[in-house]
Design a protein around this ligand. Structure first.
Ligand code: ARG
Length: 588
């Protein structure tokens, strides 16, 4: 389906042409004076220079040409040469009737459907998920859904952090506590046990303990570094332990992501890049890209146009250990080989931007990815507390995601139980749904790259630009629709009538902006554009709702038209929140 703005433009363009002017002057834009008109065209001002005429004469001629066009209620020529356009109710109604009949309400698939690899989540194995990982999960999930909705084939990969020092730390601590385990017996040649020698709770305690110790005790740190190299080099007992750490962690992570309604197609990690490292390093040396610098192997990635220093990419440390650069590069090797993606998008904290500049340049330079493979860094800002500093627990520690979610669920449960008579089960389930919407919308409504303040009170409010407000609007619509159905009414397509009131027309106009909103969100990887859109649509709906007697309407045809309008609004809103990664309850 053509966008409404293109339909209008085509009409105004042909009027310019009929009057002897280049059609391109007839492009319309949304009005920047909504108090005066709905759309506008400023083309006469530019045309005046070329045709050496007063702009007002041109706009007058075009307005005259469009006077009897049924698409418009009015096209007014105003000085110095603007065209102020108001659409006819009949045209708007016809347009949204087409939307109603379209499976995706007018949103079209991209012409060329691509394969996109989406790297998001990025949790670190054996460390509990913390709020820093929340943003990657929330933004990435929404981007995934938006790209898929437009027709791309998206592969979401969690890219576990499982190849770093934390592995060495855990192994070192474990060896200290349970030296008798077979994993530490170098002469052992049998099969290793399938049962992990720790639980998730133990694992989560071991890591911070080890990390703290290593900061104080250089010997301990050395042992951890050594164990890291050994596990990377493939020491059998350590690899077996790595397997256990991964299994135990991933089971727990999956549960956590499920609670967030976030999912991944691939559960690969840094360690999966390991087999590709030797060959990649060989290639980089052979082709003259990599050289030794202070014992380490590096690849230069600076470019002449750089305004700041871009240090070389670090391929191997002097002890032969792989680094963050190494695993990201080698990961691109298998991503390219197995998926040939047109684009790889990384949803990661924007403080890691330099790392990605280095990796992207190195991957292109060394030919790991094709020249035309798009590598995109979608860097997000920090989630801050009310004090403007990175979000912490009351005691000043790192806030665990589980605890954050639990506290918001509790807050929501209080609110919902105060206002409702629903049973305990339903109240609990409902508050979980609403709490998740509060968190996700609170995050996604900000441009991703910006820092934002995580303000539970504001996010959970039922008023203002919040998730619960959007859900409340949807629930309100659903409740009218079900009342109508309970009274024997049928929700039918094709029942729409031209709007009678301003608020009704405004709601219809808001609906016509659906496809444009989705398209910008897609091309800019910007879920916040969808948030802004549904806030506008919800406001338009609530305004209409307060001004209109829907259930009390006596004209049955008018009432069915209202109902059709409600059904379309519900459909669009629910589709949008699905793209954001949350859903609405039946009541709240
Ligand atoms: N594990 C990393 C972290 O917690 C994020 C991984 C991002 N993805 C990537 N391909 N490097 O900071």
């Amino acid at each position: 389906m053509k966008k409404i703005i293109d339909v209008i433009s085509a009409e105004v363009m042909s009027a310019f042409e009929k009057k002897g002017y280049d059609a391109n002057y007839g492009k319309v834009t949304l009005s920047n004076r909504p108090d005066l008109c709905e759309y506008q065209c400023n083309g006469a001002l530019a045309a005046a220079k070329v045709y050496k005429k007063a702009p007002f004469m041109i706009s007058d001629e075009v307005a005259e040409e469009l006077k009897s066009n049924s698409m418009f209620e009015s096209v007014e020529s105003v000085k110095p040469g603007f065209l102020n356009i108001i659409l006819s109710g009949e045209f708007v109604k016809n347009y949204i009737t087409d939307m109603e009949n379209d499976e995706k309400y007018g949103v079209e698939d991209v012409a060329d459907k691509r394969t996109v690899m989406l790297d998001f989540g990025g949790p670190n194995v054996a460390k509990p998920l913390h709020v820093g990982h929340l943003r990657s999960a929330i933004i990435g999930e929404s981007v995934k859904r938006i790209l898929r909705y437009k027709g791309d084939n998206v592969i979401g990969d969690v890219h576990l952090g499982d190849w770093g020092l934390q592995m060495g730390l855990i192994i070192t601590e474990l060896k200290l506590r349970k030296p008798e385990l077979v994993y530490f017996d170098d002469s052992y040649t049998g099969e290793y046990p399938t049962e992990a020698p720790f639980t998730i709770a133990e694992l989560e305690e071991i890591y911070p303990t080890a990390s703290a110790k290593s900061k104080e005790d250089p010997e301990y740190k050395d042992a951890a570094l050594k164990a890291t190299v050994e596990v990377q080099k493939g020491k059998p007992g350590y690899r077996a332990l790595l397997g256990h750490i991964l299994n135990v962690s991933v089971t727990d992570l999956k549960k956590n992501y499920e609670n967030l309604n976030v999912s991944f197609d691939l559960w690969k990690g840094e360690s999966d890049a390991d087999p590709y490292i030797p060959e990649m390093v060989e290639m980089m040396k052979r082709d003259g890209f990599a050289y030794e610098s202070d014992g380490a192997l590096v690849v230069d990635v600076k470019e002449e146009s750089d305004t700041k220093e871009i240090p070389p990419c670090m391929i191997l440390k002097s002890d032969g250990a792989a680094l963050y650069d190494t695993t990201d590069l080698a990961t691109l090797v298998w991503r390219e080989r197995d998926y040939k993606p047109s684009e790889v998008i990384y949803v990661v904290d924007k403080r890691q931007e330099l790392h990605f500049i280095q990796v992207f340049r190195c991957a292109k330079k060394t030919g790991i990815v094709n020249k035309d493979t798009k590598l995109t860094f979608l860097g997000f800002g920090t989630m801050n507390g009310k004090d403007g500093k990175p979000f912490k627990t009351r005691e000043g520690g790192v806030m665990r995601l589980e605890h954050l979610l639990a506290s918001i669920n509790e807050e929501m449960l209080k609110k919902i139980s105060e206002n409702n008579t629903m049973g305990e089960e339903e109240a609990k389930a409902t508050s979980k749904t609403v709490a998740l919407a509060a968190i996700k919308y609170g995050d996604l409504s900000n441009q991703a790259s910006k820092d934002y303040i995580f303000d539970i009170d504001r996010f959970t409010s039922f008023e203002g630009n919040t998730g619960p407000y959007i859900l409340y609007t949807i629930v309100r619509i659903k409740s009218i629709l079900s009342k109508y159905a309970a009274n024997g009414g049928k929700i039918e397509k094709g029942a729409l009538l031209a709007p009678k009131t301003d608020s009704e027309k405004e709601l219809m106009l808001a609906l016509t902006k659906y496809a444009p909103a989705i398209d910008v969100a897609y091309s800019e990887l910007a879920p916040h554009k969808i948030c802004a859109y549904i806030y506008e649509l919800s406001n338009a709906f609530n305004h209409f709702y307060h001004e209109t007697k829907i259930m009390g309407e006596e004209d049955k045809a008018r009432q069915s038209s209202y109902i059709a309008l409600l059904e379309l609004t519900r459909g669009v809103l629910e589709q949008c929140i699905d793209l954001l990664g949350f859903e609405a309850p039946e009541r709240m």
